[in-house]
Write a protein that binds this ligand. Structure first.
Ligand SMILES: *Cc1c(COP(=O)(O)O)cnc(C)c1O
Length: 476
């Protein structure tokens, strides 16, 4: 497989060439130039594979420039029992909530959110490419919680990579803080900035604005547009379909379509589902769930995409979806319009702040299977209460957004798989509000909160950050 840029200004490149870069050199996003077709026979031949081996097969469709034995080693390490308890991604029926409803457990990894599944793969794949090419990488990022901790847990102790992660001083939850600051590997540097998340992001931008400084210190990122993350996320769509159809006989399997409901923000998770569907995984509909920050729901309902400014982005009780500019949507629009039409119409977004594709709207569902919905704080609380009452299972507020949309949209005869993107214990305060009781107690979380923490404090000052990077960055 080769990758090209949505903006047309990049020579086709292989997976390991685009793995370390963020945006393409022309400012676009990298997309596969074509997708392989998975036949029913291929999917059946994968049914008996454990998760890591399935990951080798699925990621191998993208990483055609990595020798198969090497890829098998990387996935075996990424999905080892010390990172994810077997079977890595468990399915739990929620039959009492609705016939045909299943929960797909994507948050069994070290930071209790779905980002671990892709980030742990990068934690193996990136050091592999760096060692091969005799390079080092200093990952510089800003986090308000989930992404930073998933990255740190993926790269801790790995050769050739360091992580310098800025977080807003005193503004994360106790659990998020403990997950990051309890790490004491020398290649992880936590920096608590005296400011808010936007200040952290602006500091990272200011450092990246100096190409000479950036190159000299081998600075990079592992954000949600990373191609390796997308490839690794395709794996659990295949896995979930296989597990959901395990009990069916051969003829039923051949027609065994499922719907999948996905809590969405940056359109990274569900874009992987879209690729799996395009390759032939029998997914009938992709149900996109947003919270009150619903630009994506608006796009799929009307065909008009109007990103909002940071000031117009609400702080909600499903905070990892508080996003009003979905960085991966460009990839889908490129596919929807084709290269020529895309290059004509995409600039409208920069020029007017909005992209009107209402002429394409009917295709979003009929051709690509997308349907969408928005939920509110009250909906989340109600969904958490409903699921614990009827099934005895606690879900987190992000998963609750997807449950809300799934219950509104599901149809008899089509199993609906809800992706569980975080553990309830990670967002205990909202869960406690929903069930009218104490926050859920989790053994691992209580231990984590007791561990000593390591963090450097920094003023909101780019020169101070540059000095810190110079001192800390790995060099070849
Ligand atoms: C990141 C995140 C999401 C949103 O995923 P996208 O890929 O950005 O759409 C949803 N839920 C949780 C818990 C997350 O951490």
């Amino acid at each position: 497989m080769q990758f090209i840029s949505t903006r047309g200004g990049m020579a086709p490149a292989g997976f390991t060439e685009v793995l370390l870069s963020g945006l393409a050199p022309d400012g676009g996003l990298t997309v596969p130039d074509s997708l392989p077709a998975l036949t029913a026979a291929t999917l059946e031949s994968w049914r008996g594979l454990p998760y890591a081996e399935l990951a080798t097969e699925v990621i191998g469709l993208f990483a055609t420039d990595v020798p198969r034995e090497d890829l098998a080693r990387l996935t075996a390490a990424a999905y080892a029992p010390d990172r994810f308890p077997s079977p890595v991604v468990p399915l739990t029926p929620l039959t009492r909530v609705a016939e045909g409803l299943d929960l797909v457990g994507l948050s069994e990894g070290p930071t209790m959110a779905f980002k671990d599944l892709a980030m742990q793969f990068l934690g193996q794949a990136i050091p592999y490419v760096l060692a091969r090419d005799g390079r080092v990488l200093n990952v510089l990022g800003a986090t308000s919680g989930d992404t930073g901790s998933a990255a740190e847990h993926a790269f801790r102790g790995q050769e050739g990579v360091s992580v310098i992660m800025l977080s807003p001083h005193g503004r994360m939850s106790d659990v998020q803080r403990a997950q990051m600051y309890s790490l004491d590997e020398p290649n992880i540097l936590n920096v608590a900035v005296h400011g808010v998340f936007d200040d952290c992001q602006n500091l990272v931008k200011a450092v990246n604005a100096n190409p000479e400084f950036k190159a000299r210190n081998s600075i990079g990122a592992v954000n949600s547009i990373n191609v390796g993350r997308i490839a690794a996320q395709c794996v659990y769509y295949v896995w979930a379909w296989l597990r959901a159809t395990d009990e069916l006989d051969a003829t039923e399997r051949a027609h065994g379509q499922v719907d999948v409901a996905v809590p969405s923000g940056n359109f990274g998770n569900i874009y992987a589902g879209h690729l799996a569907r395009e390759m032939g995984v029998p997914i009938r509909r992709l149900m996109l769930a947003t919270n009150e920050n619903n630009v994506l729901d608006e796009f799929f309902r009307t065909g008009v995409y109007t990103p909002r400014s940071r000031e117009d982005t609400l702080a909600t009780s499903s905070p990892s979806m508080d996003i009003s500019r979905a960085s991966n949507l460009e990839r889908f629009v490129f596919e929807l319009l084709g290269a020529d039409e895309f290059s004509r119409r995409w600039p409208e977004l920069e020029e007017t702040g909005s992209l009107d594709l209402s002429d394409q709207q009917p295709r979003l569902e009929s051709e690509f299977g997308f349907t969408s919905g928005t939920s509110t704080h009250e909906d989340r609380l109600a969904a958490i209460r409903l699921v614990i009452t009827l099934s005895g299972r606690l879900i987190d507020p992000h998963t609750a957004d997807a449950v809300t949309v799934a219950l509104a949209r599901m149809e008899p005869g089509f199993p609906t798989l809800v992706l569980e993107t975080a553990k309830a214990a990670k967002f205990g305060a909202t869960v406690a509000e929903a069930i009218g009781g104490e926050q859920p107690v989790d053994e691992a979380v209580s231990e984590l909160l007791k561990a000593p923490q390591h963090v450097a404090e920094l003023d909101d000052d780019v020169d101070a950050l540059r000095t810190l990077i110079e001192e800390h960055a790995l060099r070849r």
